[in-house]
Structures are given as structure tokens and as C-alpha cells.
Design a protein around this ligand. Structure first.
Ligand SMILES: Nc1ncnc2c1ncn2[C@@H]1O[C@H](COP(=O)(O)OP(=O)(O)O)[C@@H](O)[C@H]1O
Ligand SMILES: [Mg+2]
Length: 272
């Protein structure tokens, strides 16, 4: 079975010191449970993500993918090792935008109200919010929908609002935890293509969790395969597919190179 270099992070030696890494985890371990009988959920994970990379995490349920994102978001503090986001310890609400599997919108606010709340928290003055809301809705393909109730929207539309909310704070880092898992296949494909080109246009660094091999290969500039018991990164696969915004994504999906990478990743996901 083909295996690429484990967890090396792919950063060429010599340039690492010059550039500010978007994410730099070194020997990060996370343990849950009582101090007497801790369960090691992540074991000495090293992960280096350069600014502008789109890194996809795949691996069996329970291997610690969500926990890894929570460390980077600053929700979970490692038991050992160091976690840095742009050179500083991660703090919740600072720096990273987060999109979950469920959109988690406030049902008592309109679509615009949900975005306005995020903008306010980000310190955007009230007078500027309507313009920014319109811009964000445009960006995620929901122009003019600010007055709608969130429960009037389809699952895909709600997830677009959740993405717009994450973008409200203009994050340099976007953490997406199986964001399309609950969507129908067509909506999912459309959103994949939009997130792919949006991240490229905005230059946002993305960490994206999925169970779909196809989604991983399409979205990732790099795919990390994790294993469970305890959670660790076992494969680091570069995805050398074109990423410029006017890429023909439908053509890409049916290309031989796409099929080759999909096969490679599927092989890496088989239990050792
Ligand atoms: N707050 C918690 N307390 C105790 N155990 C947890 C907690 N959160 C997650 N776990 C456990 O940690 C492991 C990794 O969980 P998670 O990061 O959610 O994995 P994944 O996202 O890959 O499915 C699982 O075994 C899970 O049961
Ligand atoms: Mg998870």
C-alpha cells in the first residue's frame, strides 16, 4: 500500500523559519476522562499548515479529528505539546472561523440578524453592518436573503449562512468540521465547488474534516489521514490538482488524475 511521509507537514526545510505558519502543532497530546484513568485521544500530533493551504483531515470516527480542530480553535488545551496559530496560543473567538456539521443558527433571528450578531461581536459598527451583511450573503450565494427566517431555509442554505457567519470576522483560518455531511448530494457538490474557489479567492487557510474520499481529494491541497487508538496522523498526501478559480471542477472530478488520487487515499484509509 502506498504511504507517503507521515506527518512531516510538507514544509521544505530552510524556509520554515522565515514564514509564519498558519498552524503549528508540536507533540500535541489531549487526554479526556478522570486524572486517574485518562484516555489519550490525541497522541503527540505534529501538524504544520502554511498560510493559504487547504488541509483536509480524514480518519475513522473517534480518532480525534474534532478534538484536533478544537485544539486549534482554542476550545481544548493540550495536556502536553504546543499549539500555535500564527505564532500565538489559540484563543476562542480570535482568529479562527468555525463551521460545524449542523449550522447552529439562532432561530429567533433573521438570516441578516444572525450575521449582524457575528459582525457586532467582531466590532463592526452598526452603520456598516447592513452593507457587510449584503456582501456576505452575496459571497455565499444567498443575495437578498437577509430578511428571511433561518427555519424557512433549506439545509444547504442554512449551511451557507453558517459559512457567511464564519466569514463575518474575516478569519485567516477557517475550521470546518464535516460541514456538508448532512446535505443532499447535489447541494453538497455545489457547496464543495464554492468553498474551493472561495478559499482560493480569499486566500483563507482551511482545515476541513470529512469522511468522503471524493470530497477530500477535490478540496484539499493536502490530505492528512488519521488513525485511532490513540489519535494520530499516519499519512500526509499532497494533492497536486489545479486550484485556480476558473478550474473546470466537473472536468476535474472525472479526470484520470482525480481517480488516481482517490484510489491512493482510499488505500491509505484501509486499516493497517
Ligand atoms: N469532552 C469529551 N470527554 C470525554 N471524551 C471525549 C470528549 N470529546 C471527545 N471524546 C472522545 O475522544 C475521542 C475522539 O473524539 P472526536 O475528536 O470527536 O473524534 P472524531 O471527530 O474523529 O470522530 C472519542 O473517543 C470520543 O469519545
Ligand atoms: Mg468529529
Amino acid at each position: 500500500m502506498p504511504r507517503t511521509d507521515p506527518a512531516s507537514g510538507g514544509t521544505p526545510a530552510g524556509t520554515a523559519a522565515e514564514e509564519q505558519l498558519a498552524v503549528d502543532l508540536a507533540g500535541v497530546s489531549v487526554r479526556y476522562g478522570p486524572a486517574k484513568q485518562p484516555v489519550t485521544v490525541l497522541d503527540a500530533v505534529d501538524l504544520r499548515v502554511r498560510a493559504g493551504e487547504f488541509v483536509v483531515l480524514v480518519g475513522p470516527s473517534g480518532c480525534g479529528k474534532t478534538t484536533l480542530l478544537r485544539v486549534i480553535a482554542g476550545f481544548v488545551r493540550p495536556a502536553s505539546g504546543t499549539a500555535l496559530v500564527r505564532g500565538a496560543a489559540p484563543r476562542p473567538g480570535r482568529g479562527a472561523g468555525v463551521v460545524f456539521q449542523q449550522p447552529r443558527l439562532f432561530p429567533w433571528r433573521t438570516v441578516g440578524g444572525n450575521l449582524g450578531f457575528a459582525l457586532a461581536r467582531h466590532g463592526v459598527p452598526r452603520s456598516q453592518r447592513p452593507g457587510r451583511i449584503a456582501e456576505l450573503l452575496e459571497r455565499v450565494g444567498l443575495p437578498g436573503m437577509g430578511g428571511r427566517r433561518t427555519w424557512e431555509l433549506s439545509g444547504g442554505q442554512q449551511q451557507r449562512v453558517a459559512l457567511a457567519r464564519a466569514l463575518a470576522a474575516e478569519p485567516e483560518l477557517l475550521l470546518m468540521d464535516e460541514p456538508f455531511a448532512a446535505l443532499d448530494a447535489l447541494t453538497r457538490e455545489r457547496l464543495q465547488e464554492e468553498v474551493r474557489s472561495l478559499a482560493g479567492r480569499l486566500g483563507t487557510t482551511v482545515l476541513f474534516v470529512t469522511h468522503s474520499v471524493e470530497e477530500a481529494v477535490l478540496l484539499g491541497s493536502r490530505v492528512l489521514v488519521m488513525a485511532a487508538g490513540p489519535g494520530r496522523v499516519v499519512t500526509d498526501l499532497a494533492v497536486p490538482l489545479p486550484r485556480d478559480p476558473d478550474t473546470d471542477v466537473a472536468g476535474l472530478r472525472s479526470s484520470a488524475e482525480f481517480a488516481r488520487l482517490r484510489g491512493l487515499l482510499a488505500g491509505a484509509l484501509l486499516p493497517a
